[in-house]
Design a protein around this ligand. Structure first.
Ligand code: SF4
Length: 523
C-alpha cells in the first residue's frame, strides 16, 4: 500500500490555493450521526445527569441537542440547535423534572439541519407520549414514511427517526404494550439504529440486528454490586426479582457513563431490546443477531477513552499504529500525529519503529466554538484556524506524520504544505486505516463517492496530490486483526463496498456515482 510520490510542491510557496470554506475547521472530516443517552433513576436529578451524559457525547453531533423527561405520564422536553452547553442552562434544566430522561445530540445524516429535526422526537400514543433518540440511519426510511402517511400518521419533520417513533405509536394505538409495539415497529425498520426511548412506564434501549452503532448499559453506583447485577436473571424474562432499586443508564459510549459516575454493565446486544422500569430490567431478543459493528467507530468516531471489547479505544488505536509500522516502516527523525485523531496510532508507530514521537502540530481546541469565520482573503493568506506547526521542532527534520484516515485529501494537502513551510525536509504520511473508497449509508456522513479521494485515485496518485515523499495506508486485514475479534463481526463497507445491510438501488445511486471507475483503481 506504500507509494513514493513524484513531483511535490515547492516548500516555500509556489501557487496559493483557494481552500474550501471552513477548511481549517476540518469540515471535510466524516461526521458522526448522533449520541443517545437515557436514565431511569428515581430520587436523582435525571435531567442534569442527562446533560452531563450528552456533554460527554458532544463529539457525536454538534448541530442540536435535546433532553426529554418523564414525571409519570407528563413529558417535558427542551431541544434546540447548538452545542449541549449552548442549548441548556440552569433555568431550562430545572424545568425538566421527573425520574426518567432521554437525551440526544445530533448531526444530520437524514433530514435537514433544522430545529424541527432536533431530538428526542416526541409522539403521542394511546398509552401517553414517547420520546425517542436515535443514532444511525434507516435504509428504508422513504418506504416506511410512505406506509405511515398512508395510514394517516402525520409526520412533521424529515428524519428517519420520526418514522420509527410513529411506527411505535401506531402499534401502541393498535392495542399493544410498549415492548411488543416497539418490537413490531423495529421489525419494519432496515438499517442502523441504536435507540433510547422514554415512555411514562419505563425506558427502552434497542439495537438493530447488526449492532452497527454502539449502545451500552450501565448503572449508578448507588446500586447493588456489579456481581449481583450480573446474575443471569437480570437478562432473562421476567423482571429481575431482587433488584427493585436499580438506576440504569443507557448511552452511546462508556465515556457518558464515566462522566456521571455510573458503572459499565454490558453492551445492549445486536437484536436486543431492554425494558427498564421501576421493577428492574427485562431483556427481549426481538431479532436474530448478526453483529457488524462499524469499524470506523473504533478507528475514529468514538472517544479514545470509551471502551469496546473490554479495552479503551486508545489501546486499539495504538495497536493500529504498531501494525502500520510493521507494514510500512519509514526512515525519519520524528513521528508526529495529526492531533488529536492520529495521536494514539502515532504513538504506536513510534513505539514499534523506535523513532521518537513528538508534537509537531498544535491544535486550537476552541476552533469549533466561534461563529466568526475568516474571510476568503484571510484563507488565501493561509490563516491557520485549527492547526499550527512547531517550526523549531520540524526545521531540518525528516517527519513521519500519522493520521487515522484521509477522506477528501484537502486537509492532508494543507497540513503537508504547512510542515514543509516549517522546514521539514521529508514528509512521510502513514494512515492507520485502509483507503476510504465507498460512502456510508448507516449513519456516518462520509460524502458521496465522487468526493472520496481514494475512490478516484491510486495511492501513488494521492501521494503526489497531497505532496508527500511517501504515503502508506494500513491494510484491511491488519485493521481487523488488531481488534482481536472475529473479523466478520464488523462492518467495513466504506473500505470494501461490501454492505452488510442491503442498500436500496435508489439510495445507492445517489452516492455511488464512481463505483465502476473506482473498482479499476490500484488501491
Ligand atoms: Fe462504519 Fe464504514 Fe460501515 Fe459506515 S460503511 S457503518 S462508516 S464501517
Amino acid at each position: 500500500m506504500a507509494a513514493k510520490a513524484g513531483a511535490r510542491p515547492s516548500p516555500a510557496g509556489g501557487e496559493e490555493q483557494n481552500w474550501p470554506a471552513g477548511f481549517w475547521n476540518s469540515q471535510e472530516e466524516p461526521k458522526e450521526a448522533c449520541g443517545v443517552f437515557g436514565i431511569l433513576a428515581p430520587g436523582e436529578e435525571v435531567a442534569r445527569l442527562a446533560y452531563f451524559g450528552l456533554f460527554a457525547l458532544q463529539h457525536r453531533g454538534q448541530e442540536s441537542a435535546g433532553i426529554a423527561t418523564f414525571e409519570g405520564a407528563f413529558c417535558r422536553v427542551h431541544k434546540a440547535m447548538g452545542l449541549v452547553s449552548q442549548v441548556f442552562d440552569e433555568v431550562n434544566l430545572a424545568q425538566l423534572s421527573g425520574d426518567l430522561a432521554v437525551g440526544h445530540t445530533r448531526y444530520s445524516t437524514t433530514g435537514s439541519s433544522r430545529a424541527a429535526n432536533a431530538q428526542p422526537v416526541i409522539v403521542e400514543s394511546r398509552l401517553g407520549p414517547l420520546a425517542l433518540a436515535h443514532n444511525g440511519n434507516l435504509v428504508n426510511a422513504e418506504e416506511l414514511r410512505r406506509e405511515l402517511e398512508a395510514a394517516d400518521r402525520h409526520l412533521t419533520g424529515s428524519t428517519d427517526s420520526e418514522c420509527i417513533a410513529h411506527a411505535i405509536a401506531q402499534a401502541v394505538n393498535q392495542g399493544q404494550g410498549w415492548v411488543e409495539a416497539t418490537c413490531q415497529a423495529l421489525r419494519r425498520c432496515r438499517g442502523a439504529f441504536s435507540l433510547v426511548i422514554g415512555t411514562p412506564e419505563g425506558l427502552i434501549g434497542a439495537r438493530d440486528p447488526y449492532g452497527v452503532r454502539p449502545l451500552v448499559l450501565g448503572f449508578l453506583s448507588s446500586n447493588p454490586t456489579r456481581q449481583e447485577l450480573l446474575q443471569p436473571q437480570m437478562v432473562g424474562s421476567p423482571h429481575c426479582p431482587e433488584a427493585p432499586r436499580l438506576h440504569y443508564v443507557l448511552a452511546s459510549e462508556t465515556c457518558a457513563l464515566d462522566i456521571i459516575g455510573a458503572d459499565y454493565l454490558r453492551q445492549v446486544e445486536p437484536g436486543e431490546l431492554v425494558w427498564i422500569d421501576r421493577q428492574g430490567l427485562q431483556s427481549v431478543r426481538w431479532a436474530e443477531a448478526n453483529p457488524k459493528l462499524c469499524i470506523f467507530e473504533m478507528i475514529y468516531f468514538a472517544r479514545p477513552d470509551s471502551c469496546m471489547h473490554g479495552e479503551s479505544l486508545y489501546s486499539y488505536r495504538v495497536r493500529l499504529g504498531e501494525q502500520l509500522a510493521r507494514e510500512a516502516p519509514a526512515e525519519a527523525d520524528w513521528v508526529i500525529a495529526v492531533p488529536d485523531s492520529g495521536t494514539p496510532a502515532a504513538i504506536g508507530y513510534a513505539r514499534q519503529t523506535g523513532i521518537p514521537y513528538t508534537e509537531g502540530l498544535i491544535k486550537n481546541r476552541y476552533v469549533g466554538r466561534t461563529f466568526i469565520q475568516p474571510t476568503q482573503s484571510m484563507r488565501e493568506r493561509g490563516i491557520r484556524m485549527k492547526l499550527n506547526p512547531l517550526e523549531d521542532v520540524l526545521r531540518g527534520k525528516r517527519i513521519v506524520i500519522v493520521d487515522d484516515s484521509i477522506v477528501r485529501g484537502t486537509t492532508s494537502q494543507k497540513i503537508v504544505k504547512a510542515l514543509r513551510q516549517a522546514g521539514a525536509t521529508e514528509v512521510h504520511m502513514r494512515i492507520s486505516s485502509p483507503p476510504v473508497t465507498h460512502p456510508c449509508f448507516y449513519g456516518i456522513d462520509t460524502d458521496s463517492q465522487d468526493q472520496l479521494i481514494a475512490a478516484r485515485y491510486s495511492v501513488a496518485e494521492i501521494a503526489e496530490k497531497i505532496g508527500v515523499d511517501s504515503l502508506a495506508y494500513l491494510s484491511w486485514e491488519g485493521m481487523l486483526a488488531a481488534t482481536g475479534q472475529d473479523p466478520n463481526s464488523f462492518c467495513s463497507a466504506c473500505f470494501t463496498g461490501h454492505y452488510p445491510i442491503p442498500v436500496p438501488e435508489g439510495l445507492k445511486r445517489s452516492k455511488l456515482a464512481l463505483e465502476t471507475a473506482a473498482s479499476r483503481k490500484d488501491r
